[in-house]
Design a protein around this ligand. Structure first.
Ligand SMILES: N[C@@H](CCC(=O)N[C@@H](CSS)C(=O)NCC(=O)O)C(=O)O
Length: 239
């Protein structure tokens, strides 16, 4: 057995959509979770979980993604007891629908669920207070944030979510995001409160910025959204 002395933390990249996936594991029990796996890299992630002799009990989606198909369904074919998790506000299917304030436990570790809508209604941030880490999905990105122009997006909702649920965490919490398009892997509460070019503005200025981003839709959107509402089940992937 590979010796894993302390909290297990791995950050993995899926390069087609620049998505970050995270594996967290309890060294005492080997129970683990995987946050935001992608179908294209599910086999790679499964291999790593097996190499580290981790037992993934939850596949945690931060939201119904629009730019890639989730890997939770694919991973469940390899780890049949793993439960796919999604917010009860997402409108999507999962084995476990979670609410704001709920706690996810794996071995001696736990994650608090904080509802952070605005990019989508069902966005959540997973917080490990023990390790001073939060996994924000697309609610907050490094020096940015998730777009608010589709899937129930609302800039004013997002602004309130970030300030109430993420920037209220202590300054020294590290933040791990859903995407980065220039290769920056992580940030912190203090850093984003001081340097985020969108969220350091007033709510009105933020709404103005977000309503004028004029971004093209994600390339995989028409395939990803219907599939992710069904936990990435291949029967719902359009070819
Ligand atoms: N070009 C990418 C999609 C880029 C994009 O729209 N990213 C989203 C998160 S995934 S829905 C976003 O919120 N971006 C915010 C920003 O400011 O860039 C693709 O085709 O996949």
């Amino acid at each position: 057995m590979v010796k894993l002395g302390r909290f297990i933390f791995r950050q993995l990249v899926e390069y087609k959509s620049n998505t970050y996936t995270y594996i967290l594991g309890c060294p005492a029990t080997r129970q683990s979770v995987i946050i935001d796996p992608v179908v294209d890299t599910a086999e790679r992630d499964a291999r790593l979980l097996k190499e580290l002799e981790l037992d993934p009990i939850y596949g945690l989606n931060t939201h119904v993604h629009a730019d890639h198909v989730t890997g939770t369904h694919a991973l469940k074919q390899i780890f049949p007891h793993m439960k796919a998790v999604l917010s009860d506000k997402s409108g999507g299917k999962a084995d476990k629908l979670v609410k704001d304030g709920e706690i996810i436990k794996f071995g001696e570790e736990e994650l608090e669920i904080r509802s952070t809508p605005g990019h989508t209604n069902g966005c959540v941030t997973y917080v490990s207070h023990k390790h001073k880490m939060a996994f924000t999905g697309d609610a907050l990105l490094v020096r940015g944030c998730g777009r608010t122009d589709f899937q129930q997006g609302n800039p004013r909702t997002l602004y309130k979510s970030v300030w109430k649920q993420i920037f209220s965490l202590p300054d020294d919490y590290d933040l791990f995001v859903g995407h980065n398009y220039v290769g920056v892997l992580q940030t912190s509460v203090a850093e984003e409160k001081a340097l985020n070019p969108r969220l350091t503005k007033s709510e009105d200025e933020f709404a103005e910025i977000m309503n004028n981003l004029n971004l093209p839709n994600p390339k995989q959107m028409d395939v990803a959204v219907p599939a992710n509402l069904e936990d990435g089940d291949p029967a719902f992937i359009k070819h």
